[in-house]
Design a protein around this ligand. Structure first.
Ligand SMILES: *Cc1c(COP(=O)(O)O)cnc(C)c1O
Length: 368
């Protein structure tokens, strides 16, 4: 034995068993193949008064196989879990959700043959619960919307599963530079429009993931487009963003947007402006959209459309022209028993008809 051999330490060497890599490889391929079978979603242009210098577009995310913008998020969350070595062939997937994310995740869990458990507020619409169950998922209920996080985390531990945790990971799992994310897709589809670079992108925040992707992408692309977030009554986002304090609140009545706490995935630094839209105004805009276009969308789309009309009227009054893009987040058929049901709306104390005049005023400001 030489002097040198005695001087060097042994190499420490530890192997860690990984979840079945062949299965993970096949799972990633299955998800990629599923995506390849789908086309991109439509970008509708609203038929606004002739001669109006402002164009409003809706990126129709209801066209995904699971009917909402959460299809993109669910795919990204599951891929993130697979590629981080967190999800294997026997992992139960668990999520805290107000409904739509769970619907989309149940679809991907079934695609991979994995069990799925959604922890949802008891107030979640029957239509969404039926969809989660139709994709083979099961539901656990909590009374307070704010209780979903701890219960989902506990359920995952109890079942030895993986908590997908959309509210933490939504802003990380999307490739914000491109890879056909929603922002890149919007800019590609706007290419031949008269105002290809939108003045505004308008979106609600649930996880905050979509607004984070949009805000990062416009900077990366070198666009001067601004991002406006519309927030419903009862949400913590608006107060938190405005005051810089992390406040909590009762939570929102507009499913999919507005949260009882400032979610970790909400990236406030890329947001130029926030508008707090009254719930009745959201419903009025949701109904107006259907009358104008035949598109029956969910209430969060109403919130966004109302925000677009406010910004469009402001631009028109300032003599500006340009384009505004928002999302059609999900379809109205998920809300037949709630937001599209007059008796239900009344029972909530909401009077959308009182906002119809305001919408007409905003449209009037757009007429040349
Ligand atoms: C989740 C959701 C949103 C908001 O999207 P985030 O990226 O989570 O902020 C808007 N509308 C509906 C219907 C949603 O489900």
């Amino acid at each position: 034995m030489s002097v040198l051999d005695e001087a060097v330490q042994p190499v420490r060497d530890v192997a860690r068993p990984q979840l079945d890599r062949n299965w993970v490889r096949a799972a990633v391929r299955t998800i990629e193949a599923d995506a390849a079978r789908s086309a991109d979603t439509h970008l509708h242009r609203l038929p606004l008064p002739a001669g109006c210098g402002i164009d409003i577009y809706l990126k129709d995310e209801s066209g995904h196989p699971t009917g909402s913008l959460k299809h993109r998020l669910a795919r990204s969350l599951v891929l993130y879990g697979l590629c981080n070595g967190w999800i294997g062939p026997t992992t139960t997937l668990v999520e805290a959700s107000s409904g739509s994310t769970a619907v989309s995740e149940a679809y991907f869990a079934r695609l991979l043959g994995l069990p799925f458990v959604a922890v949802i507020p008891r107030s979640t619409s029957q239509e969404k619960i039926a969809l989660i169950e139709a994709y083979g998922g099961s539901c656990r209920y909590v009374d307070e919307p704010g209780a979903v996080y701890a219960e989902a985390s506990r359920t995952a531990r109890e079942l030895g599963g993986h908590y997908l945790d959309q509210f933490t990971y939504a802003e990380q799992v999307t490739d914000w530079r491109g890879n056909n994310n929603i922002a890149q897709s919007i800019f590609e589809q706007m290419r031949h429009e008269r105002h290809p670079e939108p003045a505004w992108l308008v979106v609600g925040a649930g996880t905050g993931g979509t607004s984070a992707t949009l805000g990062r992408y416009v900077r990366y692309r070198g666009a001067l487009t601004q991002v406006a977030v519309v927030d419903p009554e009862g949400s913590a986002f608006f107060e938190s963003w405005t005051t810089g304090e992390s406040v909590t609140s009762v939570g929102s009545r507009i499913e999919g947007i507005g949260r009882p706490r400032l979610e970790p995935s909400f990236v406030g630094s890329v947001i130029d402006r926030m508008l707090q839209v009254p719930d009745a105004a959201s419903l009025a805009a949701m109904h107006w959209l259907r009358e104008l276009t035949g598109l029956a969308a969910g209430p969060s789309t109403g919130t966004s459309v109302f925000g677009c009309l406010l910004l469009a009227a402001e631009m028109a009054r300032a003599g500006e022209t340009g384009s505004i893009v928002t999302l059609l987040c999900d379809r109205g058929d998920r809300y037949e028993g709630t937001y599209y049901d007059e008796a239900w709306v009344r029972a909530q104390g909401l009077r959308p008809e009182l906002w119809r005049g305001r919408i007409d005023e905003l449209l009037h400001a757009l007429s040349p």
